[in-house]
Design a protein around this ligand. Structure first.
Ligand code: NDP
Length: 285
């Protein structure tokens, strides 16, 4: 029987990209499922994105992840964009389906998966979302589509905050309200879930979002999108104040990767293997 020495290739285009840990998660998953696949971490400058996107077809890559600053800029190079990625306005996962490039956004679905694993109900939930950037957009769209009934969006930049608020109220059944973030933000009292979707607390930043922490009670679920460090100062503080749950951005990262793995391979993702691989990679941080 002829042997196959050709690996199937997947990867990520980013700039910067050195600290993106996805290779650890995906390669562990390929190995666990006995797939002769490999994940490449590729530094692609903005001016080279077109060539890089065309290389997906030319090199017969199975697909690609896109990270900062390519999630929006990659869209003109795609043949099709999935419905929720279109709503989010950004793509983080591309599948090369026999030469047809299809874009998805798995970030927000990774977040809702992390909440499901923790037993947190999104149907009819009231959420406060801190931030209105890329991560916030994906979390807002997917939590609204999952049945959240009310969402407060708190952001410093008014235009970004209002645009996201309008996007959710115009396209989903979730009622939304924009609150401008000035100084120490007061958090509405009637919420079930508080999400930090800003970059505050992302390594090496050790700050916590500037909010009135008295909102944190033993009935509030507190989540962070930041995955490095795995337990941010914000989550540490939420735990100290007795939050019902403090959910790390590591889950969002692993599960968005698990959805990508399933899109590319058609095989169920070995999520525990993927989570263990990520935890091991950060064990000595
Ligand atoms: P963006 O640059 O698109 O957005 C950043 C957001 O953070 C904006 O809303 C910005 O507010 C806000 N912000 C930044 N600094 C402050 C501050 N000091 N106080 C208040 N708000 C602030 O970034 P992304 O949305 O792409 O990423 C945000 C975070 O999410 C990053 O830490 C990233 O690592 C994480 N992330 C995690 C993922 C995961 O899988 N776990 C996936 C994707 C992202 P303003 O608009 O006012 O400037």
């Amino acid at each position: 029987m002829a042997q196959n020495f050709r690996q199937e290739l997947i990867g990520v285009f980013g700039y910067p990209v050195d600290e993106n840990p996805t290779v650890v998660i995906q390669d562990a998953a390929f190995a666990a499922k006995g797939l002769f696949w490999h994940y490449l971490t590729l530094l692609v400058k903005p001016e080279d994105l077109g060539d890089a996107m065309r290389s997906i077809r030319a090199l017969n890559l199975k697909g690609m992840n896109l990270t900062i600053p390519h999630k929006v800029a990659c869209i003109p190079f795609l043949d099709e964009v999935d419905k929720s990625a279109k709503l989010i306005g950004a793509v983080n996962t591309v599948k090369n389906d026999n030469g047809k490039l299809i874009g998805y956004n798995t970030d927000g679905q990774g977040f809702t998966w992390a909440l499901r694993i923790e037993g947190v109900e999104l149907k009819d939930a009231t959420i406060t979302l801190l931030g209105a950037g890329g991560a916030a957009r994906s979390i807002a769209v997917e939590t609204a589509l999952a049945g959240a009934k009310k969402m407060y969006i708190i952001n410093r930049n008014e235009e970004r905050g209002q645009t996201l608020t309008d996007l959710i109220s115009d396209n989903t059944d979730c009622k939304t309200e924009y609150i401008k973030w000035e100084g120490e933000a007061a958090i509405p009292g009637d919420i079930d879930i508080l999400v930090n979707a800003t970059s505050v607390g992302l390594y090496p930043d050790t700050n916590v979002p500037n909010i009135d922490m008295s909102c944190i009670t033993n009935e509030l679920v507190v989540c962070d999108g930041v995955h490095n460090p795995p337990e941010t100062p914000f989550l540490k503080e939420a735990k100290r104040l007795g939050a019902a749950k403090a959910i790390s951005g590591q889950g969002m990262l692993v599960y968005q990767g698990a959805i990508g793995f399933e899109i590319w391979t058609g095989v169920d993702a070995p999520v525990e293997v993927m989570m263990d691989a990520l935890k091991e990679a950060f064990a000595n941080e």
